[in-house]
Design a binder for this molecule. Structure first.
Ligand code: ASP
Ligand code: MG
Length: 422
């Protein structure tokens, strides 16, 4: 007997038939004597459809407009409050439908919005952070023999407005709820059978991992693995919530994500990830003096540009080239900002490239095994792949390469680090 959080993603609840399958699985889990809390995403592509609907209604406004600030010090964007109100409806629909389908099988169930489930957030619309989960209503529902079905991706702010947690936020809801109710495991049901050693769409020899440590999963989620949202993994790792990523199409056991088992031998490299969502900016010939980097990156931070890999190298002429990556969606803003900065700091020019990819190797065993970087660089060289930028953490090594070569690079690395299944 266990207390289990079962989270179902959009594809798992995409239509009535899938919803009935989900309900059947939940009811079976309950009949085996477990307590279950369900967390759901919006059906299929509902969130995208709602965003398109909003865009069709707003015609006189090209982007978010800063309106008068509400009381308190956090400026609200006028439309992001309404956007949150709109988008949370998607999860609310699927929560009610899943609860009905569970009831239909003779198992008591009750749906809850994020607010009703006690998910308290800060006031940043569109990317709110969970401050606290007041789980008393969930506990009460469980004690009364109900399956609580929580609408994911949402909460209520300290200003009593409805908020969303950012795209993919239902994973975060699930983990936060699991931590708050003290669940034994948080099962994340999706349309793939688990976490793979590389993206099977581009690396046909990739295999499903049986288990992966929080640390490795953090690096994988941060470098392109989209199976579980990065924030959810961070939360799980911080609160030590065991995750089980598995398929709601085959229901077979998937990948367990949990704290590292120190008695187990660690693979040098466990997985290869890739990410084509970033672009590269280079600011050439920046005068080399204290404060220059600060004067470049502060304005970017103020514009909320998410800067990732940064490479800076001082040449013999006392000038520095600074390159870094940003999400493609931030490229236009970042370029504009950097061009202004380049003038004030006396840099020569700003260039950008958006057809880049980042390939990374991740493995806890990298800490203790020298020579991993040499193998990575040799492998890429043999595959004819040129490396533009390199960055490392203790258990990850990333290279920025040409986007066209990403498949070849991932496949070659997968083979070189002995991850291929035959
Ligand atoms: N429905 C939201 C989204 O599409 C949240 C989620 O799926 O986790 O981003
Ligand atoms: Mg999702």
């Amino acid at each position: 007997v266990a207390l289990i959080v079962q989270k179902f993603g959009g594809s798992s609840v995409a239509d009535p038939e899938r919803i009935r399958n989900v309900a059947d699985h939940v009811a079976r889990t309950v009949k085996r004597g477990n307590q279950v809390v369900v967390v759901v995403s919006a059906m299929g592509k509902t969130t995208d459809d709602l965003i398109r609907l909003a865009n069709a209604v707003i015609t006189n406004q090209s982007g978010p407009v800063e309106k008068a600030t509400k009381k308190g010090d956090v400026p609200l964007k006028g439309d992001s409050r309404e956007m949150d109100m709109l988008l949370t409806a998607g999860e609310r629909m699927s929560a009610a439908l899943v609860a009905m389908a569970i009831q239909d099988l003779g198992c008591p169930a009750a749906s809850f919005t994020g607010s009703q489930a006690g998910i308290l957030t800060d006031t940043q619309h569109g990317r709110a952070k969970i401050l606290e989960v007041k789980a008393d209503r969930l506990h009460q529902a469980l004690a009364d023999g109900f399956v609580p079905v929580v609408a994911g991706f949402q909460g209520v702010s300290t200003a009593r407005d409805i908020t969303t947690l950012g795209r993919g936020g239902s994973d975060t809801t699930a983990v936060a709820v699991a931590a708050a109710v003290g669940a034994d495991v948080c099962e994340i049901y999706t349309d793939v059978t688990g976490v793979f050693s590389a993206d099977p769409r581009i690396a046909p020899k990739a295999h499903r991992m049986n288990r992966v440590s929080f640390e490795e999963m953090l690096e994988m989620a941060g470098s392109g693995s989209g199976v579980v949202a990065l924030r959810a993994v961070e939360f799980a790792s911080k609160h030590n919530v065991r995750l089980h990523v598995r398929s709601s199409f085959t229901w077979e056991p998937g990948t367990i994500i949990e704290s590292e088992d120190p008695t187990m031998e660690q693979a040098v490299v466990s997985g290869i990830t890739h990410d084509v969502s970033e672009a590269k900016i280079t600011i050439a010939s920046v005068p080399d003096r204290p404060g220059v980097s600060a004067s470049i990156f502060r304005p970017l931070a103020d514009k909320r540009v998410n800067v990732d890999m940064i490479v800076q190298n001082t040449g013999s002429d006392g000038k520095t080239d600074i390159s870094f990556t940003v999400p493609k969606s931030d490229l236009a803003v970042a370029l504009e900002t950097c061009e202004a900065t380049a003038v004030t700091v006396g840099a020569e020019k700003v260039t950008s490239q958006s057809n880049i990819a980042r390939v990374s190797i991740v493995g806890a065993g990298m800490r203790t095994n020298p020579g991993v970087s040499a193998t990575m660089f040799e492998t890429l060289a043999q595959a004819g792949v040129n490396i533009q930028m390199i960055s490392t953490s203790t258990i990850r090594l990333s290279c920025v390469i040409d986007a066209e070569q990403v498949e070849a690079a991932v496949q070659a690395l997968h083979t070189a680090f002995e991850l291929d299944v035959n």
